[in-house]
Design a protein around this ligand. Structure first.
Ligand SMILES: Cc1cc2nc3c(=O)[nH]c(=O)nc-3n(C[C@H](O)[C@H](O)[C@H](O)COP(=O)(O)O)c2cc1C
Length: 204
């Protein structure tokens, strides 16, 4: 049975009453259209990341933004593992996140990676609110990405984030990808992650 974008999104939404819609609706599709994201929407998405909180307001996140057709996009795409290249050629934007590990005074910033993650969540939530789907990827050659963008040890590498407009599962090129697109989302139980001690759940 082939599902529409709306049907698959209904299937994938987190079934939690009261959760913010952008959080409940976000999931990581692999079926994307080639439809461009407008410059205005992309700016709002990047602004959402810019306005995230950070330790000592260091704002250690750096987002290397690759719009399809650009050299930055080509460089990011070339670093992706084959399994990701199999679907990630369609989304209009690929973003490589990095975190500056030293603060303005040259001292270690222990929260740089945490802050990059926070900014990435804002970016993704804003994209979701604008009807733009996202898919983070750790499956890329980190050493190649460092070389491509001159990222020395003063930077931690985050994930690549694909942004674009979602397509139907049937638009994916293989049966396996189509299956994964409609499979149920898995989560640990709340009692495994909300705790009062590492081995004791927070009862709620
Ligand atoms: C840091 C990070 C790395 C990921 N790497 C990949 C990847 O290389 N390829 C892929 O297809 N999905 C990747 N994902 C997507 C996860 O598999 C997905 O987020 C997870 O299964 C939960 O599903 P959901 O995002 O739909 O809730 C990654 C997600 C994150 C946050």
């Amino acid at each position: 049975m082939s599902l529409s974008v709306e049907q698959v999104n209904q299937l994938k939404a987190a079934p939690v009453e009261g959760m913010l819609p952008v959080l409940a609706k976000r999931w990581s599709p692999r079926s994307f259209k080639e439809t461009p994201i407008s410059t205005n929407d992309l700016k709002i998405i990047l602004e959402a990341a810019r306005w995230a909180a950070s330790s000592a307001n260091e704002q250690p996140w750096r987002f290397l933004v690759g719009v399809k057709g650009s050299e930055t996009h080509n460089k990011i795409f070339e670093c992706l593992v084959g399994a990701n290249q199999g679907w990630a050629s369609k989304p209009h934007v690929l973003i490589l996140g990095a975190a500056a590990l030293k603060d303005a005074k040259g001292n270690p910033n222990r929260y740089a990676v945490y802050d990059l993650g926070q900014a990435a969540v804002s970016l993704i939530a804003q994209a979701t609110a604008l009807g733009i789907a996202s898919h983070s990827m750790g499956g890329f050659d980190h050493a190649a990405a460092r070389r491509a963008f001159n990222l020395n040890d003063d930077y931690a590498i985050g994930a690549v984030i694909a942004l674009g407009y979602q397509d139907e599962p049937s638009a994916l090129p293989t049966e396996q990808l189509q299956q994964r697109e409609v499979s149920p989302r898995q989560r640990k139980r709340l009692s495994q992650v909300a705790l009062i001690e590492l081995d004791k759940p927070f009862e709620i």
